[in-house]
Design a protein around this ligand. Structure first.
Ligand SMILES: Cc1ncc(COP(=O)(O)O)c(C=O)c1O
Length: 392
């Protein structure tokens, strides 16, 4: 089957946050602005998802959703088929998305004032959910070594404050797309054991990995941590279903799971969103072929964007993505001030990007570009950037 990722779909005025929130979120009001910020794709999802939703619409009755058994089976079958990770269906807690379940995990297993370790620059919603729950962020900044991010675990071990209780680990990493190696995951797990920290691995980007790398589930790479491990997964990032707001936390530790489930219950989230469940189950069951095609398209976008941007903006550097469609661009070599760079991108080029500072320490002088869009928009963005920085 072929999938038309080149198709430009007009998403303006469709309640699509990436397109319709540029004015309020980024103060970009140009009518022809290109959104390369929020992490969803401008592609249609696997046809099986649309079919499953159409079948539901045809039935036309939308009562409370019951029994997540088939959804759990589909989730486990996917994790086993794609990642060789056998998961017990009963070890899954279902929630309205990964960030939502991270909030529940924080509330269930830590107390206000507790320290939560992050490896910035990292997905900004981690910072927001920790702060919203009155926990304290402990930053352990990544190091860039030969153009790749690395964790600085020596610093982690040496500087860990007494209030540290938990680590939120992004695997693969957003931004920059690092796929962590077995050795790196093991070293982190060993430190968590030594320091008695719960390890929360957000593996939402696990499927969007390019052929040169292989994602290793934390549970397989570092089985020694299983009793202190919670892994977050979802079908929403993989299959462009972010609006389905459905995700899961997996932990083999029954006590931790009961505590998380108690929070889910306390928030009265025991009935799941019918449309989210249907869409994500269909994707896991029948989305393999679409995913292969999407990865190939994204890989070509990745290479095209990196080559084009380096030509368009002398001094700019694009981190090589092993996974994700979230390109991390370093502008420090341009010689321009940060404000100037930001205004050239948003005012002159009329492109909405995620400002690097949002991702915490190490984010200054960077921007994150979402390249999961038809090639047409990538080319248009590159042309505009070339004009906006033509004096360099
Ligand atoms: C690392 C990471 N976790 C979680 C999310 C969002 O997950 P959800 O929509 O399920 O809350 C994102 C979205 O970009 C992400 O990059």
């Amino acid at each position: 089957m072929s999938f038309d990722f080149d198709k430009v779909i007009d998403l303006r005025n469709t309640h699509t946050a990436k397109w319709d929130r540029m004015a309020s979120g980024l103060q970009i009001t140009a009518p022809d602005a290109i959104p390369m910020w929020i992490a969803d794709m401008d592609f249609r999802p696997p046809p099986a998802v649309t079919r499953a939703l159409q079948d539901e619409i045809a039935r036309g009755v939308y009562g409370y959703y019951d029994s997540s058994t088939s959804w759990r089976e589909a989730c486990c079958a996917w994790l086993d088929r794609r990642h060789g990770w056998p998961v017990d269906p009963d070890s899954i807690s279902i929630a309205p998305g990964v960030v939502s379940v991270l909030g529940m995990i924080l509330q269930a297993l830590t107390r206000p004032g507790d320290g939560i370790v992050l490896f910035p620059p990292v997905y900004h919603a981690f910072r927001a959910i920790i702060e919203a729950n009155d926990r304290q962020i402990i930053d352990c900044p990544l190091m860039e070594v030969q153009g790749r991010f690395q964790m600085n675990l020596d610093r982690f071990a040496a500087e860990l404050p007494d209030n540290a209780r938990m680590v939120i680990f992004c695997s693969p990493h957003n931004p920059g797309g690092r796929v962590w190696t077995r050795e790196e995951i093991n070293a982190l797990a060993d430190l968590c054991l030594e320091k008695n920290l719960i390890l929360v691995a957000d593996e939402i980007h696990n499927d969007l990995v390019y052929p040169e790398a292989t994602h290793l589930p934390t549970a397989l790479a570092a089985p020694q941590i299983l009793d202190q491990l919670i892994v977050c997964v979802a079908a929403t990032k993989t299959f462009n279903l972010a609006g389905a707001l459905t995700g899961a936390a997996i932990t083999p530790n029954a006590q931790m799971r009961q505590q998380i489930d108690a929070r889910i219950k306390a928030a009265a989230l025991v009935s799941n969103n019918r449309f989210g469940m249907i869409a994500t189950e269909a994707a896991w069951r029948e989305g393999d072929e679409w995913l292969e095609a999407a990865i190939a398209y994204l890989q070509a976008n990745r290479d095209h964007f990196a080559a084009g941007l380096t030509r368009a903006i002398p001094g700019a550097r694009v981190m090589h993505l092993e996974s994700t469609y979230l390109a991390w661009v370093d502008f420090s070599g341009t010689g321009l001030a940060e404000d100037e760079i930001a205004s050239r991108i948003s005012d002159r080029a009329r492109i909405g990007v995620s400002p690097g500072r949002q991702f915490g320490p190490g984010g200054a002088m960077h921007a994150r570009f979402n390249i999961a869009t038809p090639r047409y928009w990538i080319d248009e963005a590159l042309n505009r950037l070339s004009d906006a920085f033509s004096d360099l």
